[in-house]
Design a protein around this ligand. Structure first.
Ligand SMILES: NC(=O)C1=CN([C@@H]2O[C@H](COP(=O)(O)OP(=O)(O)OC[C@H]3O[C@@H](n4cnc5c(N)ncnc54)[C@H](O)[C@@H]3O)[C@@H](O)[C@H]2O)C=CC1
Ligand SMILES: O=C([O-])CC(=O)C(=O)O
Length: 366
């Protein structure tokens, strides 16, 4: 008889003591130890395959400034059973590090293009923060040149390996990368507009924080809808629809609108060349991903703002409140009543958005 594994060697040691005794006792004990070993192995195998109930989530760009804290927070999310971390650099290190956390999700790392397909196969949710961030003096559109191609390649992988996954797209410029992703999925014949969501949660998170400061409230009790897109004037906070209901002076309205629209630039300048928002973005991305997973699970009443395919305006994409469900963005809410200030803001937002959306579409169609 061959004894290879550690468990088998233990059986061999015990057997050696038992064999000279009663053959019947030996047989039953040997049988019991074998059963115990196979159940231990089954449990380990089950965990290694992500057998715990929950969703399978991939992060593409997982070793980056957003990717790392995002991966850590997703590793802590009880709705996640398997977490795939993909990047073109450092994925093994981040994976080894996070895999020591005693939380339920099984973490696996994937490095470089040849491992992209394995990273994506079987995923329920794919979160994409891959790409370069801004430096002071740059607009988000300045990132298009590099990030457009990155998003195209990653979305081709999604179309091939997990066409039914929900996609949370973070890479900037979101106003163009979401249309790029849509065109890639259309080309592959896998496009379902409900499953493609541009992440604008950080705008809402900032709006809640800044409005709470002005009102002297706890930001957790404040909810500000932010519509339009994710860049400059396309970020349109609807201060007339803040919950709890409140009112602002014209000066407060100006201050808050400008601060929310320029929140990203405020961080880029403070970081002085070392990148853009990463920690608040990881927080926002996890807030949004968790909402998507709760929607997938079938929870009722999950509503978040997101940049999605939309008929709310004449533009093909627009950020508004959406209801998240088992199939993604199942309902897209209208803008609701706007005041004069917001109506003017909406026209400015639409004018800029139209060009950014078209730029993304043309990038794939050309
Ligand atoms: N939607 C939003 O609200 C926000 C979006 N962003 C955007 O998120 C993106 C990432 O920002 P950071 O994490 O700060 O940048 P980062 O440079 O720290 O990390 C980006 C990661 O992407 C990886 N990467 C590059 N090419 C890749 C590829 N082809 N496949 C997989 N991974 C690839 C890099 O190796 C790096 O680890 C930027 O485009 C940034 O503008 C940032 C903040 C907020
Ligand atoms: O400003 C940037 O470049 C990053 C970003 O999108 C944000 O912080 O909102």
């Amino acid at each position: 008889m061959e004894f290879s594994s550690e468990a088998n060697q233990r059986i061999a040691r015990i057997s050696a003591h038992l064999q000279p005794l009663n053959p019947k006792v030996f047989f039953y004990l040997f049988f019991f130890l074998k059963m115990e070993e196979s159940s231990v192995l089954r449990r380990a195998d089950c965990r290694a395959k992500g057998g715990a109930p929950g969703f399978k989530v991939a992060i593409l760009g997982a070793a980056g400034g957003i990717g790392q804290p995002l991966a850590m927070l997703m590793k802590m999310n009880p709705l996640v059973s398997v977490l795939h971390l993909y990047d073109v650099v450092n994925a093994p290190g981040v994976t080894a590090d996070l895999s020591h956390m005693d939380t339920g999700a099984v973490v696996r790392g994937f490095l470089g293009q040849p491992q992209l397909e394995n990273a994506l196969t079987g995923m329920d949710l794919v979160i994409i923060p891959a790409g370069v961030p801004r430096k002071p003096g740059m607009t988000r559109d300045d990132l298009f040149k590099i990030n457009a191609g990155i998003v195209r390649t990653l979305c081709e992988g999604v179309a091939k390996c997990c066409p039914n996954a929900i996609v949370n797209l973070i890479s900037n410029p979101v106003n163009s990368t979401v249309p790029i992703a849509a065109e890639v999925f259309k080309k592959a014949g896998t496009y379902d507009p409900k499953r493609l969501l541009g992440v604008t949660t950080l705008d809402v998170v900032r709006a809640n924080t800044f409005v709470a400061e002005v009102l002297g409230l706890d930001p957790r009790d404040v909810n500000v809808p932010v519509v339009g897109g994710h860049s400059g004037v396309t970020i349109l906070p609807l201060l007339s629809q803040v919950k709890p209901p409140c009112s602002f002076t014209p000066e407060e309205t100006d201050y808050l609108t400008n601060r929310i629209q320029n929140g990203g630039t405020e961080v880029v300048e403070a970081k002085a060349g070392a990148g853009s928002a990463t920690l608040s973005m990881a927080y926002a991305a996890v807030k949004f991903a968790d909402a998507c997973l709760r929607g997938l699970r079938g929870d009722a009443g999950i509503v978040e703002c997101a940049f999605v395919a939309s008929e709310v305006t004449e533009l093909p994409f627009f950020a508004t409140k959406v209801r998240l469900g088992r199939t993604g963005a199942e309902e897209i809410y209208p803008l609701g009543p706007l005041n004069e200030y917001e109506r003017m803001g909406l026209e400015k937002a639409k004018a800029e958005l139209a060009g950014s959306i078209q730029k993304g579409i043309t990038f794939i169609k050309k």
